[in-house]
Design a protein around this ligand. Structure first.
Ligand code: NAG
Ligand code: NAG
Length: 595
């Protein structure tokens, strides 16, 4: 290596103007992990349990980038790629800044960063991006083992393989029917599979055609695949449906689809509770978590801009320490020092074992404990509001930062520790719509940024699909104009003064047009199918179903002020940026402006 793993950016940003380092690790009663179980969330128990763990589908393809010193140049566009090398907005640079396709921060609701005084992060699947091909696979195979050993499923399951690319977020499992569905924002089922077999149009209409059913699609009969963590169990469910259909005698007696789903869920939980996953990750974090050299420079930039940073994770201290030490490692570790807790210097407040989403509930009375970082021992924190109010960070500016690690507690504790005047001064970055984003936004008025790793690939493909989209629009217009001619002919045929001779001519033209319409309809359908398959061979574009926004896209829109493919994309923008949403469009504007 020509240069050390400690990039230039880090060297330039050492010597932080250290605000008081209040390190808060809260953890709650429950113990599922790595995202230690947000199990107090009622019907969302399971989602919450693994809410940290969820996305990551599209990694930047390494082959696309050529490393050149401190930046990497993207071959196809020549744009300067920054995040992968640790450069952030404030990194001195001779060239004009540009942010490559797929790394933008998109704005849905205007957000002036000058209003924000504290920026918080989730850990699992936000700061720590797990590699699905290793991490999800580990969980998948562990789950199968539990199914076989503890729940009496046949041994042949042990030979099954995991296709981690097959499932996508935003799908809905129909537990009763053994189906997997993709729907649009109006909850119309657009794509449906039974196990791995696609439903015909007729089957689809028979099962989901009625408006009554369309209103529900929620627990307990349905399961929402909203975290990247649940992709593995969705895949296993589809495999089991397939397996049971073909071998009804081989599954434990009395098993039906909903029971199978429950078994998968409890096997996944077992797998997490017994600590296997955590131990494996701790042994070799690089195998399971993507390195992101921009995390530390981003955190430093935020702190230098005068804002606090905090971490709220459901993972407990020991696991949090392992993961954060790995992520910040290139900037903090002396050779051979192991877990030195130095990563704590990048956060003002750290809370572990937070039991989100119940952490955000107003009526949450979870106690707050201090964690002694070296021993992991819990001490009674005895945090009083008075202890923190009126002691703003500035008064600590030059004192040695006190590193405190907390576990448990609730959002009220966090607010006191941060000394924020209003919850709207907090920007929280997470990966999970229901747990982190919805609760923290609706209940508290926190501003939110959603991390959607799939977005990077989606945006790249979208930018390459301009000509296809043009062609699709052209085909639609052609179909419309043929339809209009057909209607006109039919109108003429009804008129009294048409002679038999003319009628015959009109009929044959009519036939001809019907054929043309069918031809164009098929062309259009096929072009659209191909367009969607470029995004995903089974489920198509994540954010769309046909021409409609997908259910997933709709949720993103409802819950996120900002969204982006990776947490460190946030570091590519000024910490004082005023994020403004794009303009609204009405149907007439699309036509007139040719959008
Ligand atoms: C900034 O804060 C002010 C006062 O709280 C608020 O009125 C305004 O809407 C905020 N602006 C943005 C863009 O967040
Ligand atoms: C995102 O924009 C849509 C459309 O303007 C709006 O209805 C929604 O409330 C916005 N989301 C948030 C989180 O503000």
């Amino acid at each position: 290596m020509l240069f050390s793993r400690r990039p230039l950016a880090a060297a330039l940003h050492l010597a932080p103007l250290s605000p008081p380092l209040l390190l808060l690790f809260a953890s709650a009663s429950s113990s599922c992990s790595p995202a230690a179980a947000a199990s107090a969330s009622g019907s969302r128990d399971f989602d919450g349990c693994f809410q940290g763990i969820s996305w990551l589908h599209s990694f930047p393809e390494q082959s696309l980038w050529i490393s050149s010193g401190c930046t990497a140049v993207r071959m196809d566009s020549g744009a300067v790629e920054t995040a992968s090398t640790g450069a952030v907005w404030s990194t001195p640079s001779a060239e004009p800044r540009s942010i490559s396709v797929g790394k933008e921060v998109f704005c849905n609701r205007s957000l002036n960063m000058r209003n924000i005084t504290a920026v918080g992060f989730d850990m699992d699947y936000t700061l720590a991006q797990y590699k699905p091909e290793t991490f999800e696979a580990l969980a998948y195979y562990g789950t199968i083992e539990k199914l076989v050993k503890d729940l009496r499923y046949p041994e042949e399951l042990l030979t099954w393989e995991f296709d981690w690319k097959y499932m996508v977020r935003g799908l809905v499992l129909d537990k009763k029917r053994g189906n997997i569905l993709k729907m649009d924002r109006h909850k119309y089922v657009k794509v449906a599979y039974h196990g791995f077999k696609e439903l015909s149009k007729e089957e689809k209409v028979a099962a989901y055609g009625s408006t009554l059913i369309r209103d529900s699609f929620d627990e307990p009969d349905y399961a929402l695949i909203d975290t990247l963590f649940s992709l593995g169990e969705a895949y296993l469910f589809a495999q089991l449906v397939d397996f049971m259909d073909k071998n009804p005698g081989k599954v434990p007696a009395g098993t039906d689809y909903p029971l199978m789903y429950r078994d998968v869920r409890s096997a996944v939980d077992l797998c997490h509770r017994d600590g296997t996953l955590k131990r494996m990750v701790a042994k070799d974090p690089a195998r399971y978590i993507n390195e992101d050299l921009a995390i530390v420079p981003m955190l430093e930039m935020i702190r230098k801009s005068g804002r606090s940073t905090f971490l709220v994770t459901n993972s407990l201290w020991d696991y949090t320490d392992v993961v954060m030490n790995y992520l910040c490692g290139p900037y903090t570790s002396d050779v051979g020092s192991g877990l030195n807790h130095k990563w704590l210097q990048y956060f003002d407040i750290v809370i572990t074992g937070s039991s989100k989403p119940s952490f955000f509930h107003d009526d949450n009375r979870a106690g707050l404990f201090e964690v002694e970082p070296d021993s992991g021992k819990l001490l009674n924190a005895d945090i009083q509001a008075s202890k923190f109010i009126g002691s703003p960070r500035s008064s600590h500016q030059h004192s040695t930062p006190v590193q405190k690690v907390y576990q448990g507690g609730n959002v009220g504790h966090l607010h006191r520790l941060l000394s924020v005047a209003s919850s709207s001064q907090i920007l929280y970055v997470g990966d999970h719509i229901y747990g982190d984003i919805l609760r923290s936004k609706k209940v508290l008025g926190w501003r939110t940024m959603l991390v959607i790793p799939e977005l990077e690939q989606e945006v790249k493909l979208l930018s390459e699909s301009k000509s296809t989209r043009k062609e699709l629009r052209h085909l639609r217009m052609k179909r419309d104009s043929i339809e209009d001619r057909i209607h006109h002919l039919e109108w003429s045929l009804k008129l009294d003064d048409v002679t038999e001779n003319q009628k015959e001519k009109l009929f044959s033209e009519h036939d001809n047009l019907l054929k043309q319409r069918e031809h164009v309809r098929r062309l259009h359908q096929e072009a659209q199918r191909q367009h969607h398959q470029k995004f995903h061979k089974v489920w198509g574009q994540l954010m769309k179903t046909g021409y409609q926004n997908s259910r997933f896209a709709h949720q993103v829109e409802r819950f996120a002020c900002l969204y982006s493919s990776q947490v460190t994309n946030f570091g590519l923008y000024s910490p004082n940026k005023y994020y403004r949403p794009s303009e609204d469009y009405m149907p007439h504007e699309f036509d007139v402006l040719g959008l």
